[in-house]
Design a protein around this ligand. Structure first.
Ligand code: FES
Length: 269
């Protein structure tokens, strides 16, 4: 699924998370070692490392929130995972802030309570990191798996009254086997050129909510990338699980060199 916060095509959130992870784990090591060896210089550096970790963590969170709101498919297992990922990591930052508040100033001896908070925060960060990894490797958040121009990512917002035929593109705009994610009155609909004509169907995979616009379209079938369910894009029928339910489809017409979509009624497709 293409990221919404990118730099030269690369997702920004994973580029930045190395900073808080480094600073916050260094803070724990320096504070604990400083306490054991009774070295004020070590825990002072630990305190500043904790501060740098919290600040860089907040900076790294910003593109993460952009992707959370704009890229993770709504109502999917990835959305749930991303929510836990966010809550766990924010809690880790809050524990570091509480640790700073307890110690009062950078040069002050942190004490074992602060070290324990930092240890717990690092544990939470590891859990959050595991979930972040799953979002990338399993849910393909920020992964661009497309090849050549055939399936280049494409997205468009369409506004029209419910039940109206609305022009969505020129007939030659999408290449055969190319899809476009349409946001139609708050609903996510995939417009697809099967090579034998256009059709439209719901974006949400009926298994765990992956975006089918991010899947692979071939021979009039779309395959979900998360667990491999396959659907006939014209009838919406589910041909291969683990999904059990078919997809909602929408009326599409080609007229005068243009493609028209009948917009879904409020919330009922
Ligand atoms: S979300 Fe599991 S197959 Fe689509």
């Amino acid at each position: 699924m293409r990221t919404k916060a990118w730099f030269m095509g690369h997702p920004v959130h994973p580029m930045l998370i190395g900073f808080p992870i480094t600073f916050l784990s260094a803070a724990l090591v320096l504070d604990a070692a400083g306490m054991i060896a009774d070295r004020p210089a070590w825990w002072t550096v630990g305190a500043w490392s904790a501060a740098a970790g919290v600040i860089s963590g907040l900076v790294a969170a910003a593109p993460g929130i952009v992707d959370y709101l704009g890229a993770v498919p709504p109502g999917s297992s990835a959305k749930k995972r991303a929510t836990y990922h966010m809550v766990v990591n924010v809690t880790a930052l809050v524990l570091f802030v509480i640790g700073w508040w307890i110690r009062g100033e950078a040069a002050a001896r942190p004490g074992w309570v602060v070290v324990a908070l930092e240890l717990a925060a690092n544990g939470l960060m590891s859990v959050g990191g595991y979930m972040g990894g799953t979002l990338v490797y399993r849910n393909m958040m920020g992964v661009d798996h497309r090849y050549a121009e055939k399936t280049k990512w494409s997205e468009q917002t369409v506004k029209a009254a419910a039940g109206e035929m609305v022009e969505v593109c020129e007939a030659g705009e999408l290449k055969p086997d190319q899809m476009r994610l349409l946001h139609v009155n708050g609903q996510r609909i995939v417009l697809a050129n099967t090579g034998e004509g256009y059709c439209a169907f719901q974006d949400r995979c009926t298994h765990r909510g992956a975006s089918l616009a991010d899947g692979v379209l071939i021979c009039g079938r779309v395959q979900c990338l998360w667990h491999g369910s396959r659907f006939d894009v014209k009838s919406g029928e589910c041909e291969r699980g683990p999904a059990e339910e078919g997809l909602k489809t929408y009326a599409v017409e080609e007229r005068n060199g243009k493609v028209w979509l009948r917009t879904p009624g409020d919330g009922n497709g």
